[in-house]
Structures are given as structure tokens and as C-alpha cells.
Design a protein around this ligand. Structure first.
Ligand code: GLC
Length: 754
């Protein structure tokens, strides 16, 4: 590969960093831990700090460095890195298998970039006429091997396997229906995982917030590449025994999803266009009247006075306290939307304060920058400054004092109705002055950090924040939803790949707008969507203003009964989902998992878009097409039991399952112990003092977590950890691994498939 580093000269080691010198510049390799190596060249500014990785992740791993012929070789217990002239770098696993190699040829398009900016190239006397007009700071071109499959990348649209597609990391709010050819959606999570033909796995995290491209063999099937307009070259290579280990390494770096409050896993209702307190009360009352559980109702922008954040529309919504008190009395927690855009209006205290204190982004001439969002002309808080984040966090007090259950952050790409913010709008990265080009992809991330901090300080509870835009690592602060989908069957089909890839990219707590946001939802589509989303971590039905009503009780008795059945099933499995979060806080593993995560050696599952695992024990194969009542289901290795009939199946085969409109095919793995709770209308309706274990044949072992479901007391030992084991006949033994909370009065067993 042609570049401008020149010949290798030598290396110097200090602690876990290896400075490698070439004729023209230096590159830094850091052994983060046995399976993670960072590669860093400060092309842009060495003062840039990672937004995704907040603490120094380096442990004192053993490694060696030596000159071996033409290469400098760095070896840890798990990774071998070989570095050659011109900054050609290859990564191997400990067994000597080449995992990720630099591509030795040239890219075949006209776009030809250098390790240096175009200006620098020109200064060096190169003819730059054949280059793209837009300067590309650097690119990383890697060899694409036959059999390589790609996963991760956060919320990108399309299928599970990203091979042969191209994507852009630039948080985008685009009005068109999300199709598989979309390059960018709302989030930028530049974490890519590769599963090689023989099931070796590795991951790469490109930690740069500027606009970047990831092309996975679309341009040419010989290579894949990452390229970016600007920023430092800063990527982490990670390997492990399996994809599971790679997810573990990535979340080791960027953080895991913290344990949420239990009620946030209940059913949630939202709509843009609940125009008054009466509308909200009507919806809540209908849930209770139809006996369909409901834990959360979302208040969209309608609740504000003229869409001004941190205000209340008293005209239509009455006294805020009154509405909150009434619905909370029915067990429903209100979640309020807060957008970043702050209406330009004299006398509006939030905007006045922001202007007076210099809290908003400015244009290049030093004027407070204005663009339009829902409230009309608006200012944009400069969330990169700690002072601004603290101010924003404190603003939430008006809502937390009323007992808000969570905050929904939207429009934080940032979206802007008068065209995109120019690249040179001035923002801060803490004390460093920078611009929109660098901050754009972390605007949502910084906003969510502020929201999280506000909720945490003001309530003492585990904050419930939902965001549309974010960056890698935001999972520490917020749950995400996939933005404005539509009531289309192909958007239902996208739920599984999108949520599974988000999950493997660290975002265990994610969901889609159930029923679809835009367009009108049919009764059948809603039934199937609720079924498919039953294990979606965020279980929220949301719709756009003006679309047909899609609350689950708005339909015929048959449809309402089906919707109730699945929402009830969700409540039944709540302790299992909660356990997955509890474990995920340590392992980084998501709730919704593609089969390929646990069965990487099975070629049948590499492109399986229509089934997923909830944890390791439950396989869900929802119907995703209109009118379809039979479903081909692939069962991976092992023995599986039909949840509905108890019928036993050996895995590694396709089976045909009858799936009329009221059946979502589900299979439980042999040797499972799955905790279930009594169905309630909302979390907190009754104390959960009984647990019923769903047990399948085969010896099983399972750890179950129990706490108050709300705050951080569990961090101080106020929780129980039960170790359940079953023998082949389903006889249960319980051992308390930790006891610090009131224990269940009853633990019972229900056998399936015996
Ligand atoms: C955006 C959000 C959507 C919300 C609407 C109004 O389109 O994605 O969820 O309902 O704004 O606030």
C-alpha cells in the first residue's frame, strides 16, 4: 500500500506503549491488555481525548517487541502485530492465524488518499489532480478474505451481516423510509466485528468522531476500508476465542450497559400527538380497563409550552403535578421528551440564561448560532463544556421534582430544519475550542451524559434516559431507540438485525418504535410487531402525529386478546430479562442476540435475520410477513423444546412451525432454568415475592439476581444471588450465593417437555 510513512527505523518501549519510528513520522502501538492493541497516529491533534473510552484501559499485560527480518513484531498472549515499512500492519492471533492484514494493492476507485492531507501531499510535490475534491485525512485499507462476515456498527439499517455494504458515520435524521441502502442513521458506533471462515473472530473500534466511511467490500471484494475526513488515526484491534469475547473486549473499553430500573423493562406507550392531559389520561385508563399491562407513558413535545424545553403547556396539560400524580397513582411512570434546541425568545429563562452564560454554540464570527427545530429558531447548547452539561443537568429539576420516571432525548444529531449546521460552527470539547465537524457525532452523547447526571443526582435512582443520537460508549448513560421507522413489514423485518447489531455494539438496552412511527399500522402488523419485540429490551409502542391509532387495545377483541397475551408474556419473563441485564453489566453481552454470537461455527446462522436468542436459552422466531401462518425455524446445535407444546427437537435442522396470528414460535433450550413472575399490570403493583422457574429436561444451572429494582443499593450488597441447579429429572436445588435482600417466600418449578 502506498503511503507516506517511509521505511521502518526502530522502536522504543515505555510502559505499555511502543513508539514505532518511520522515516517520515511515528506511530504508537499500545498493548491495552492481552487481546487488545491500540494503534494511534495523532494526525490531527494529540489533545483529543476519547469520548467512548473514559478511563485508561491499560492493564500491565506482558508483551515482547522484537525486530524480525523486515518487521517489528509485538506479541502478547493473544495477539501478534507485525509492522512493516510504510506503516503496513498485520494482526495475527496467538496460533499464528492472520486475522486482519493491510491490503497490499491500491484501491480501485479514483478516490486515492494519503496518510497526509492533500495540502501536505501537494506541498511534497505530488500531483493531486486525480484525488477526490474532499480531503480525506487517512484511510485504513484491509484485506477482505473469502468467508469474512461482518457485524456490529450499531444501528445501521439492512441485514445482520454487513458484508458488501458501505456505511457512513455521521448522525443523520433523514425523512425517507430506512432501507438497506441507507448509509447513515442517527448513531455513530464505529465498532466492526469480523467472523472469519473458520470462525475466528476479531473486532476493530475506530475511535474518531469526525465523519467517516466504512466500506465492507462494496467498492471491491478484495478489500474493506475505513476512511475519514479528519481526526487522529486511532483504532483498537481486539481478538478473543469467539465473538462473545470480542463483545467483551469492546465493552471492556467503552463500558457496558448498566442495570436499569426494573419498571423500564415493562411495556411503554408513546405517541406524538397526545395533545392534552385528557388524551394521556384516556390512554392510561384504557390500558387499565382492558387489563393490558403498562408501566410508562411518554410525553412527546406536545406537553411543552410552544416546544420550549423545561416548560409546561398548562393550557392543554393542566397543572403538571396533577397529571403526574394521577397517572402515577395508576402505576404509570411519565417520561418526558427533552430536545436540545432551545427556543430563541427573550424572557424565556432557559434561553436567556444560556445566552448570558455563553452556553450555546456560535458561528464562526462569534454570534450565537441559530437554526430551526420544533420551537422555530433555536440555539444549540454546547454540551462539550462541563459547565453546560451541569447547567443542563440541573434544568431537569423541574421535572424530577414532579417525579418524572425518565427523560427522552431526541433531535440530538443535532437535527436542524434549515440545513445541516455548517462544519465551522464553534463548539467545545471541554476547554478545547473545536467545531461542528468534530462534535456532531458526539453531540447526542454529551447531551445524554448531562441528562444521566441530572437524573442520577436528583433522584438517586438508576437513570432512565432514551436517546436517538449517540456515539460509541453512550450505552453507559442511555438506552436507545432506532428513530423514525414506519409501519412497514420490511421495517418489522429490520428489527432483529438492527437490535442484534446494536446489542453487539454495546447497546444492550435498545428498541424500535413498536408498530412503526410513520405510516398506518394494520392490526396484523401490530400483533406481529409486539410478538417480535417481546424480548426487545426497550418495549415501547410509538407513533407519529396524524397516523392511525396503534395502542394495543384499539382493535377488535381478537387482536386485543393477542396483544394482551404477548404483553403479559413479557411481564412473565421480566426476571429473566432483568437477569440478562444484570449479567450484561459484567460481561457486556446483550439481551437480544443473533444466533451467530453463540453458534459461530454454524454456517447456517451467519446470515440469519429472522430469529434471535433472548440470552442463551430462549430462541424466538417471529412471523415477519403479512398473511404468513407457517414459519420455517432453524434450531442450532442442541436440544430444544417448543414453548407452546413442549415438543422436543434436535437442533441443526430446519423445522416448520404452525404460526397462526396468535402464535410466535419460541423454543427453550434443554437444561434451561428460566425465572418467571406473576403477571401484573405494572411493576410495583404487587411485591414480587414468588418466583416460578420454567425448567426443561437436562441438567441445568442458572444464577438469578434479585434486588429492589430501583437504585444503587445493590452495589452495596443489598441484593440476592440465587444459584439454581436442576438434575436430569428437573429436581431443583437452590443455593444462596449472596443474600442481602429479602428472599422469595416461594420458589416453584414448572416443567416443560418432560
Ligand atoms: C422525532 C422523533 C419522534 C418524535 C418527534 C416529535 O421525529 O424521532 O420520535 O415523536 O420527533 O417529537
Amino acid at each position: 500500500m502506498e503511503n507516506n510513512f517511509g521505511k521502518l527505523l526502530g522502536y522504543e518501549v515505555s510502559d505499555c506503549e511502543i513508539k514505532v519510528s518511520f522515516e517520515k513520522r511515528e506511530a504508537y502501538f499500545t498493548v491495552v491488555r492481552d487481546e487488545i492493541v491500540r494503534v494511534y497516529v495523532p494526525f490531527f491533534d494529540e489533545n483529543v481525548k476519547s469520548k467512548a473510552i473514559e478511563n485508561d484501559p491499560c492493564v500491565d499485560a506482558d508483551f515482547t517487541v522484537e525486530q524480525d527480518g523486515a518487521a517489528i513484531v509485538i506479541s502478547t498472549e493473544k495477539v501478534v502485530v507485525k509492522i512493516y515499512d510504510d506503516f503496513v500492519v498485520d494482526f495475527y492471533n496467538a496460533e499464528g492465524k492472520l486475522l486482519m492484514a493491510d491490503y497490499r494493492g491500491e484501491r480501485t476507485t479514483k478516490e486515492k488518499v494519503s496518510w497526509m492531507s492533500l495540502e501536505m501531499l501537494e506541498a511534497e510535490g505530488h500531483d493531486i489532480s486525480g484525488y477526490l475534491e474532499k480531503p480525506c485525512r487517512y484511510q485504513l485499507v484491509k484485506k477482505l478474505d473469502e468467508g469474512d462476515d461482518f457485524y456490529g456498527l450499531g444501528d445501521k439499517s439492512g441485514f445482520l451481516n454487513k458484508k458488501h455494504y458501505e456505511y457512513e458515520n455521521w448522525n443523520s435524521d433523514l425523512p425517507q423510509a430506512h432501507n438497506e441502502d441507507f448509509k447513515a442513521l442517527y448513531k455513530s458506533i464505529p465498532f466492526l466485528m469480523c467472523l472469519k471462515k473458520d470462525a475466528e473472530a476479531y473486532g476493530v473500534f475506530f475511535d474518531n468522531t469526525f465523519r467517516s466511511n466504512i466500506n465492507l467490500g462494496k467498492e471491491n471484494t478484495e478489500y474493506f476500508f475505513y476512511s475519514t475526513e479528519e481526526g487522529n488515526l486511532d483504532y483498537y484491534f481486539m481478538t478473543g476465542e469467539s465473538l462473545v469475547d470480542v463483545v467483551g473486549s469492546y465493552t471492556y473499553l467503552t463500558g457496558t450497559t448498566p442495570l436499569p430500573q426494573l419498571f423500564t423493562l415493562g411495556y411503554q406507550q408513546s405517541r406524538w400527538g397526545y395533545e392534552s392531559a385528557d388524551d394521556i389520561n384516556f390512554v392510561v385508563d384504557n390500558y387499565r380497563a382492558s387489563n393490558i399491562p403498562l408501566d410508562v407513558i411518554h410525553l412527546d413535545i406536545d406537553y411543552m409550552d410552544n416546544f420550549k424545553v423545561f416548560t409546561w403547556n398548562e393550557k392543554n396539560y393542566g397543572k403538571p403535578g396533577e397529571l403526574f400524580d394521577r397517572i402515577k397513582g395508576l402505576g404509570v411512570k411519565p417520561v418526558c421528551i427533552i430536545d436540545p434546541g432551545t427556543k430563541v425568545e427573550k424572557g424565556y429563562s432557559i434561553d436567556d440564561e444560556g445566552v448570558a452564560n455563553d452556553y450555546f454554540a456560535k458561528d464562526k464570527d462569534g454570534e450565537v448560532y441559530v437554526n430551526a427545530v420544533w420551537p422555530g429558531d433555536s440555539h444549540f447548547p454546547d454540551f462539550g463544556k462541563e459547565e453546560v452539561r451541569n447547567w443542563w443537568a440541573n434544568n431537569h429539576k423541574v421535572l424530577t421534582d414532579l417525579g418524572v420516571g425518565g427523560i427522552w432525548n431526541d433531535m440530538n444529531e443535532p437535527a436542524s430544519f434549515h440545513g445541516e449546521l455548517p462544519a465551522d460552527v464553534v463548539f467545545h470539547d471541554e476547554d478545547r475550542v473545536t467545531n461542528h465537524a468534530e462534535i456532531h457525532n458526539v453531540y447526542g452523547h454529551n447531551m445524554c451524559r448531562a441528562t444521566f447526571q441530572g437524573l442520577k443526582d436528583q433522584t438517586g435512582k438508576r437513570p432512565f434516559v432514551i436517546t436517538r443520537a449517540c456515539y460509541a460508549g453512550s450505552q453507559k448513560y442511555t438506552t436507545v431507540w432506532t428513530g423514525d421507522n414506519q409501519s412497514l413489514w420490511h421495517h418489522l423485518q429490520m428489527v432483529i438485525p438492527q437490535l442484534c447489531n446494536l446489542g453487539m455494539s454495546g447497546f444492550a438496552f435498545c428498541g424500535t418504535d413498536i408498530g412503526g412511527f410513520g405510516a398506518d399500522c394494520t392490526p396484523e402488523l401490530l400483533c406481529r410487531w409486539i410478538q417480535a419485540a417481546m424480548f426487545s429490551p426497550l418495549f415501547r409502542n410509538h407513533a407519529a402525529k396524524g397516523t392511525k391509532d396503534q395502542e394495543p387495545w384499539r382493535f377488535s377483541k381478537e387482536v386485543v386478546d393477542i396483544n394482551r397475551k404477548y404483553i403479559e408474556l413479557r411481564y412473565k419473563f421480566l426476571p429473566y430479562i432483568y437477569d440478562l441485564f444484570y449479567k450484561g453489566e459484567t460481561t457486556g453481552l446483550p439481551v437480544m442476540r443473533p444466533l451467530v454470537l453463540h453458534y459461530p461455527n454454524d454456517p447456517e446462522v451467519r446470515n440469519l435475520n429472522s430469529e434471535f436468542l433472548a440470552g442463551e436459552n430462549i430462541l424466538v422466531a417471529p412471523v415477519l410477513e403479512q398473511g404468513v401462518t407457517k414459519r420455517m425455524v432453524y434450531l442450532p446445535d442442541g436440544t430444544w423444546y417448543d414453548y407452546w407444546t413442549g415438543e422436543k427437537f434436535e437442533g441443526k435442522q430446519y423445522i416448520l412451525k404452525d404460526a397462526p396470528i396468535d402464535v410466535c414460535p419460541m423454543y427453550i433450550k434443554a437444561g434451561s432454568i428460566i425465572p418467571t413472575y406473576e403477571v401484573v399490570q405494572y411493576v410495583g403493583e404487587k411485591a414480587y415475592n414468588k418466583v416460578e422457574l420454567l425448567v426443561t429436561p437436562g441438567e441445568g444451572s442458572y444464577e438469578h439476581f434479585q434486588d429492589n429494582g430501583e437504585d444503587y443499593a445493590y452495589k452495596n450488597g443489598i441484593y440476592n444471588l440465587y444459584q439454581f441447579t436442576t438434575d436430569a429429572n428437573g429436581n431443583l436445588t437452590t443455593e444462596m450465593k449472596h443474600q442481602g435482600y429479602s428472599v422469595y417466600e416461594e420458589v416453584s418449578v414448572v416443567k416443560l417437555g418432560f
